[in-house]
Write a protein that binds this ligand. Structure first.
Ligand code: NAP
Length: 256
């Protein structure tokens, strides 16, 4: 006798949109439960840190492509654990979840908080950071930690000097006076303090990524009274369900 179609299918899996430490930690919590867990990476960085379990790489081809992939792979739950600045992927996940009719959870680590001794200026975008830098620090020496694809935004600031740190070499165009440091963290306060001193840096520019992996620069900046331009996170799509910890996300999956 032929079994009914549903019985021949594997149990619905969980798709984690990753590329973050939280996504890797979530996969590590869920894989031992025996449920099918697929982690997805954009495939942009060379030699990425891989989560445990099944991994796929590369874009899906927009929301329709992702919705199609979800249906074809019998995915029953979608967790968007991408970086807080992966704005396109997060928008695509929200649309695809609606198209495919699967529940979506966004896992996003909390942003950083300004504390006593900090000298932060919050800016709404990288472009606003570049404009403010040009006005406030003409001829200044900038510690730029906003990622390799952000350099073109600062490319017009030719009177300034940039120490640009990124995992892979930055995409051109880059500012005229740029020194690139390839590194991926985690970083130490001592190391960050040394970089600021060695390169006589006047100001730090960072995105509000949150998390412990890259927060040492903020401690060093506080200790050295270094001004910080903090680029705000893009807003989440309307109505998405948000948690801020891996444990909450794991509990949501296990209840689903
Ligand atoms: P993005 O601009 O929001 O996404 C651009 C496109 O890349 C997406 O539309 C999607 O292509 C594809 N993509 C992104 N994340 C993906 C994933 N996890 N799996 C499969 N495809 C993905 O993203 P981004 O800012 O370039 O970030 C790329 C990846 O790096 C993300 O996984 C993110 O978690 C990680 N990351 C980003 C940052 C950052 O500062 N932005 C920092 C650290 C790590 P399709 O439309 O074709 O599906």
């Amino acid at each position: 006798m032929t079994p009914p179609a549903a019985a021949t299918r594997r149990p619905a899996g969980v798709l984690i949109l990753g590329g973050t430490a939280e996504a890797r930690a979530l996969a590590a919590e869920l894989v031992p439960t025996g449920r099918r867990v697929v982690s997805s990476l954009a495939g942009r960085v060379s030699n990425p840190r891989l989560p445990v379990g099944e991994v796929r790489e590369g874009g899906f081809g927009g929301p329709e492509g992702l919705a199609g992939w979800i249906a074809a792979e019998n995915i029953g739950l979608l967790v968007d654990a991408t970086h807080p600045f992966a704005e396109r992927m997060t928008a695509s996940a929200a649309s695809a979840a609606a198209l495919a009719g699967v529940p979506l959870l966004v896992l996003r680590r909390p942003g950083w908080r300004e504390g006593p001794g900090d000298r932060w200026r919050r800016v709404p975008s990288l472009a606003a950071a570049a404009a403010e830098l040009g006005r406030s620090f003409p001829g200044g020496r900038v510690f730029l930690t906003t990622g390799r694809r952000s350099l073109p935004v600062f490319a017009g600031l030719d009177s300034m000097w940039f120490l640009a740190r990124s995992v892979d070499p930055p995409a051109p165009p880059v500012p005229a006076n740029t020194h690139v440091v390839l590194d991926r963290g985690p970083y130490t306060v001592e190391g960050e303090r040394a970089l600021v001193g060695e390169h006589r840096l006047d100001v730090l520019v960072t995105k509000d990524s949150g998390g412990a992996m890259t927060s040492a620069k903020l401690v060093a900046a506080r200790e050295l009274a270094l001004p910080v331009f903090m680029v705000d996170r893009p807003p989440l799509p309307e109505g998405v369900r948000l948690v801020e910890s891996v444990d909450e996300a794991a509990a949501w999956v296990q209840a689903g």
